[in-house]
Ligand binder design. Sequence first.
Ligand code: UDP
Length: 471
Amino acid sequence: ENETAKPHVAIMPSPGIGHITPLLEIAKRLVVLHDFHVSFIVIATNEASAGQGNLLQSSTLPPGLDVVYLPTVDVFAVTTNGMPLAARLCAIVEEAIKSLKSVLVKLGKIKAVVVDLFCTQAFDICSELSIPAYLFFTASIALLNFSLYLPTLDREVEGEFVDLPEPVKVPGCPPIRPEDLLDQVKNRKIDEYKWYLFHSSRFHLGAGIFLNSWEDLEPANFKAITEDPFFKQIHTPPVHPVGPLIKIEEPLTASDADCLAWLDKQPPNSVLFVSLGSGGTLTVEQLTELAWGLELSHQRFIFVVRMPTNSSASAAFFNAGSDVSDPKTYLPTGFLERTQERGLVVPSWAPQVLVLKHPSTGGFLTHCGWNSTLEAVTHGMPMIAWPLYAEQRMNATILAEEIGIAIKPVAEPGASLVGREEVERVVRLAILEGKEMRKKIEELKDSAAKAMEIGGSSYDSLACLAKEWKS
Ligand code: UDP
């Protein structure tokens, strides 16, 4: 069938694999399951980004899904050294999105545009072009609800939110401890906060909001956004739960293949996968303790390692591909030799979804990025929660305390460091015990699979919109 005859939708994520992945998945679903033509609009920059290139290889995309690049943004012209993560992202989007209008016009007749949380300028552009524009929220419903409440909080609270004596109570939602608040709202005086508030206060301009979640995973927060009068009062658009949308497969590198071959040789459910997202890094001290803890636990592991740094917990976002240092130079002396029988150390990047899917994998030490969380749930993998940046502390608390599918290691009193004995304890717990946790995560795994099947809640939400867009 001629692509130009099919209904056409444009989808645009902000940079970063955590944003591109779920938006690409919804794009694929629209093409494959609902017979749409999708233009996937990508913000190109003149710097490398971990894992991004692989994802967008045209050989892996179905016909009818076209990648359209916006003119390349010169990152060095629009950002400064040491800029916080989200501020940097927002500055890049602000520049790139200037060309969105002309790109959309060139694409011809578009039924709908879908953008993520850092691209809300698109709502104005689409309004000028009379195209309905939707928000795709790439994180938890809990964070969405907090973000929708943020403009109110901003008006009502003086001083820093992190200094509040009580947890933040978003109407109808479980309370959020001030120390769990996302990095972006920890300092109200800086640009990063202003950007986050800017986008959050525009979410209601969307024609609808896609949730990468489903009711069973976050029942209280789902009930709040769909039923609590507060969210009606602030004109929250209709929400469409379509999750868990996770990466299903991607082309393998030689190192990826080695990693999977190694897993093939291990006993079922015996391996702990240790990976801190696309940008996560540890301090020198913390990396040492984590390595020692893994060693002392005597459990099998795959350890995705990056050069440690004391500068930031998300340093690898900015030096993707340039970290070529030999792990020997920063892991404890003799670690590789002593653990070679039961551990595999992988520099920088591993095929995470395939590792989590593998029958030998039995636990996941994760930074609790929302995509990693959904991948863990989809594959029934109990977690050790190791939050580092963005909203990950919130996610860790939800997983450990509300849902009960993760263990949170306890840091040493007065320090943020998790010592080697504590690492040893949680690793053994996750791999050898944790029956309750496994039971709960198996239930959620089934619930996730049901939601995504034909006739399931997430499948139906998307099918329903697809029908609306076609008519
Ligand atoms: N990822 C991967 N290999 C790695 C590290 C990360 O494939 O070694 C993928 C992971 O599967 C997930 C994404 O990168 O889909 C990270 O997204 P997430 O939201 O968990 O965290 P972020 O990187 O955005 O902080």
